[in-house]
Design a protein. Structure first.
Length: 370
């Protein structure tokens, strides 16, 4: 996953900070390149790792002689075990954490995790119909959200559209089929295959605005405040859906989204911060403790000096996608590079991403607890 949030609620209470070693208890191969990893949460960490559907955790993987990798994954418990801490991990490169998880993890191995975070999830507002649109591995938070809505809101309907390449690459399809059997009158699942022809062209090819509008009509979704929309997948699909829903008249507060990738678009090169003639100081508020750091030669974004002094700072992707390094600017100002994790309301409220922000003032305060 990894993630960006939109149209979210007020931030949850400040989470417990730090890294926690959790043992792998179960591995389940979902496809040739994807594995479901279940971890044991000790009783004293049950509250720390309690996660509402849609939240994610960051996994830290230390590679001997090659530094550390951090990756964010949605918490995706099986429908029958909503309190389980399970992650669905796909191999995206030959040397990343996904490759290690698929090829090398075994029960008993220990992973370092940060507690669940993020604002993506079901709306607090009661609605009669939840429409979920997933692309690829974007199914992981949405499957959990579907199960929760059906279990906790007996009067609601849930419709899930999963865009995948082929039927064989549709993750969690067996679990969704079981969920359909349990809630046959309230749960609908549609698959749209981009690389496999089906009898109806509506369920073949990529989802564009016209096709999405037809799917919404088929599902009897309505842009009148009775339907919420949750989107998770690559940037192209999510942006297409957001544009279509806006034009269709869907209330902005009922459209939520999370990205798990930026579609492979490379980041624009970051220049080193140009000196204004004085040192640039950053006050970091995190976990109730304040630390002052200074931008040094070679630093490109504020995360660089913050990470030197406060290694527990949350971050994962470093590309403005997952939103893990979200912080509020309470004094001073920043220039924010290309990012996908903050919406207009976040920006208006003063939030930024440490991995994409550069100081514009000589004195800056970032509150990671806000």
């Amino acid at each position: 996953m990894t993630t960006i949030q939109g149209a979210h609620d007020a931030p949850p209470p400040t989470p417990r900070r730090g890294w926690f070693p959790l043992a792998v208890t179960r591995l389940e191969a979902l496809t040739d390149d994807t594995v479901a990893v279940t971890l044991h949460v000790p009783p004293d960490l049950t509250d720390t790792f309690a996660a509402r559907p849609g939240r994610h955790v960051v996994v830290r993987h230390r590679r001997p002689g090659a530094g550390e990798l951090r990756r964010a994954y949605s918490v995706c418990p099986p429908p029958g075990d909503p309190d389980s801490l399970r992650l669905v991990i796909r191999r995206h490169s030959p040397d990343g954490f996904g490759a290690h998880a698929v090829a090398s993890l075994s029960p008993g191995d220990v992973l370092e995790l940060a507690p669940p975070s993020g604002q993506f999830g079901l709306p607090d507002t009661e609605v009669g119909h939840h429409v979920l649109l997933a692309g690829g591995t974007g199914i992981t938070p949405l499957a959990a959200m579907a199960a929760t809505a059906l279990r906790d809101s007996p009067d609601c309907r849930v419709s899930l559209v999963h865009a995948v390449r082929t039927a064989g690459t549709a993750l969690l399809s067996d679990e969704l089929a079981e969920l359909k059997d349990a809630f046959v009158d309230r749960f609908t699942v549609l698959y749209v295959l981009s690389r496999e022809r089906r009898e109806s062209e509506l369920f073949s090819g990529r989802i564009d605005g016209e096709k999405l509008t037809r799917l919404l009509s088929l599902l009897d979704a309505r842009p009148d405040g009775t339907t919420s929309f949750s989107l998770c997948g690559p940037a192209g699909l999510v942006e297409t859906a957001r544009t279509t829903l806006t034009a269709w008249g869907a209330p902005p507060e009922l459209v939520r989204w999370e990205l798990f990738s930026a579609d492979g678009t490379p980041s624009e090169p970051e220049a080193e911060v140009t000196s204004s003639g004085t040192e640039r100081h950053i006050r970091v508020v995190m976990g109730g403790r304040s630390t002052v750091v200074t931008m040094a030669a070679g630093d490109r974004v504020v995360l660089d000096p913050v990470l030197r002094a406060r290694p527990e700072v949350p971050y994962a992707c470093r590309d403005g996608v997952c939103g893990s390094c979200r912080a509020k600017v309470t004094t001073g100002s920043v220039t924010l590079g290309r990012q996908h994790a903050l919406d207009d309301r976040d920006l208006a409220a003063g939030y930024t991403l440490a991995c994409r922000a550069r100081p514009r003032s000589d004195e800056l305060t970032l509150d990671f607890d806000a």
